[in-house]
Each structure stands twice: as C-alpha cells, then as structure tokens.
Design a protein around this ligand. Structure first.
Ligand SMILES: O=C(O)CCC(=O)C(=O)O
Ligand SMILES: [Fe+2]
Length: 359
C-alpha cells in the first residue's frame, strides 16, 4: 500500500515519531534470536545502526536475545563459576552468616526457598549470593566506596576464608559491566534516541550480580507439589533495564510468549542471554518487552548461572520516552525512581523469608 492510500484509510496517519507505539506485535515468538555484537565496539555508524536494528527487533518482539562476541574470556567465567561452586559447597551455617536479611541493601546469601520470585509460588529452589558494584582492585581513582545510593546504599559482604572468591567474582562483574555499557548506546539507537541518552543515567553502575545454584528438582516433587508452585525460580520479570545472564549447559530456563507458551532458552556455548527488565519496559511504555521467564531444573544435574541486572542510577526517574507514548498508547506507569522500584520489588521477593520479629 502506498503512503497516500494508507493515510486515506487510517483516521490518524502514522507519525514517524510514534513508530514504536505502532510497531507493537503480539510476541508469539517460538525462538530466541542470536545476535553477534562485535559491532557494539565499532565506530562505523552503518554497522552500529544495523546492530541496533537487530536489537530493536528482539526487544519489540521477544524481550530476550543471546549475544555472541561479548568478549568475556572463558577463563574468567570458569574462575567465577568455580568460586560459586566452592561457596555453595560450604556448610549452610557458614553461608547463613551472610544472610541477605542482615543487610539493608540486599547483599549476601539467600538459602533454598529464601526467595519467592513468583508471589503466587511457594519459594524458589535455588540458593544465591548477591553483590553490587565496588571498585576492582586496580581502580585507584574509583569513586568513594561505599557510595551514597539512595534506597540501595550499602556495601558488599564477602565470605571469610575463601581465597580468590572476591577477586574472581569482581573480575567477572567488571567485565560484564563493560558489555552492559556497550549495549546501552545500542538500546538508545534502537529507540531512535541519541546514542548517549543513557550516559547521564548510568554514571555509577546500579548493577546487582548474583551467583545462583539450582539443585536438581526431585522428580517426585511433582507428587508433593502437583501444581508446580515450587520450581528453580518462579515466573517473573526482571526489575532493572536489562540482564546479562550467563548460564551453564544444563538447561531449564524458559521464556513465555504472549500465547502463554513456555519457550526453552536452550544453552548455547559461548553466548550470554540478554533479557530486558521492567525499567526498560517503563522507559518505553511497554514497547520494549520485559518478558516473563522461569527456571525448572528437571535434568538431575546441578545447575549454575550468573545474572547481572543492569539498571539506571537509583535516583533516576523512570519516565516514558516521548516517542513511545501516543493518544492510542498512553503512558501506563506511575513515574518513580529506579531505586525505589528495584527496592520495592526485592522487598516483595524476600518478604516471605523475613525472620519473625519478636519483642
Ligand atoms: O538462572 C537463570 O537462568 C535465570 C535467573 C533469573 O531469571 C533471575 O535471577 O532473575
Ligand atoms: Fe530473571
């Protein structure tokens, strides 16, 4: 159809500014795209534009994609996974010394069933260790630590007598952060915004990283839990802008399409999964999808994964980008700060495992 006839048949002709609101799809995807991001570091504008177009497609239709050529060396990942395995093998009592409930900024250890990510669930079958930004050892000029971070102010906590644990996890953290920093300008380009749109909103990485361990889910759990309310991680969306998720080769991650069908995010060696979170959905008024996902580990093997949730600075307001709002697609979300949003979602996730207050 030529543009003239389309504008005749349409009461409000498409405004290029509203391209995104018009471009929404029903997300009945069956596959998760794989995107080579080597051009994220290219200075060629055409190459960057092409990559941004692929990313836009994935964001509008799926909310998930795998990235290749992310640049994090295999040895760095291996060291971090080995550190996670050593940590989770410690006695429960030792791990509980760093109980996440002892900090006000959600750092430290979460035992099995300590989280209930799907608020209709009965606790998640994984244990985790959470950390946030802190300078890598060589960053002599790093801003003061711990820094003032609004609702999430506070430092990391580290296990005693675990030589190399802190170094390995922080090394991975900082490398993953570089990947995230390279992706933000592409998300901006994908939204037809200046590439530096997120620069002043991501000045002190509000990125939480988790080491996760999913013991195999007993096949008999379907007898004790017939409605499947106790799984590796209950169905949820993530809270930040996007998540960089390294997963091992065991499998179990599933992503829901708009027909309610669970699509397997099968492990692909050498890739990292990127999924959008609620902050980007809020910025884009749901034009970019924050897609429901869950993990069920029925493989009989131990599963490990490392998500890093990359948000905007905690004091930044999550305001919809004007091109993503139109009279037909009005703004859906109340405007709040990124920190208040993340903290409220974390508080709900951990609420059921709070120690009972005694006077
Ligand atoms: O372990 C995974 O594969 C997914 C983890 C996840 O969805 C999360 O921590 O938000
Ligand atoms: Fe998630």
């Amino acid at each position: 159809m030529d543009p003239a006839s389309s504008s005749l048949s349409s009461p409000s002709p498409p405004n290029p500014q509203l391209l995104f609101a018009m471009n929404r799809t029903e997300s009945t995807f069956e596959e998760i795209p794989v995107i080579d991001i080597k051009d994220a570091w290219s200075t060629d504008p055409d190459a960057r534009r092409k990559l941004a177009d692929l990313i836009r497609d994935a964001c509008v239709n799926v909310g998930f994609f795998y990235i290749q050529s992310h640049g994090i060396p295999g040895e760095v990942i291996e060291r971090t996974v080995n550190a996670a395995k050593r940590y989770f093998a410690l006695p429960e009592r030792t791990k509980m010394e760093l109980d996440i409930h002892k900090t006000s900024n959600f750092k430290g250890y979460t035992p099995l069933l300590g989280e209930n990510t799907d608020l209709n669930g009965k606790g998640d079958l994984h244990e985790g260790f959470d950390l946030g930004w802190e300078p890598a050892n060589e960053e002599a000029d790093a801003p003061q630590y711990p820094r003032e971070d609004g609702a999430m102010t506070g430092s990391n906590v580290w296990p005693q007598n675990m030589p190399g644990f802190r170094e390995a996890t922080l090394d991975y953290y900082h490398r993953a952060l570089q990947v995230g920093k390279a992706l933000f300008p592409l998300f901006a380009l994908a939204l037809d915004l200046p590439e530096n749109f997120f620069d002043d909103k991501t000045t002190k990485p509000a990125a939480i990283m988790r080491l996760l361990h999913y013991p195999p889910q007993s096949p008999t759990s379907f007898e004790t839990d017939p409605d499947g309310k106790q799984i590796g991680i209950g169905a949820h969306t993530d809270y930040e802008c996007f998540t960089l998720l390294w997963q091992d080769q065991i499998g179990g991650l599933q992503v829901q399409n708009s027909e309610g069908k669970w699509i397997d995010a099968v492990p692909i060696p050498g890739t990292i999964v990127v999924n959008l979170g609620d902050q980007l959905a809020r910025w884009t008024n749901d034009v970019f999808k924050s897609t429901l996902h869950r993990v069920i580990n029925k493989t009989g093997a131990e599963r490990y994964s490392i998500p890093l949730f990359f948000g905007t600075d905690y004091e930044v307001l999550l305001e919809p980008i004007p091109t993503c709002v139109s009279p037909e697609w009005p703004s859906k979300y109340e405007v709040i700060t990124a920190g208040d949003y993340v903290k409220s979602r974390l508080a709900a996730t951990y609420a059921h495992s709070l120690p009972i207050e005694t006077e």
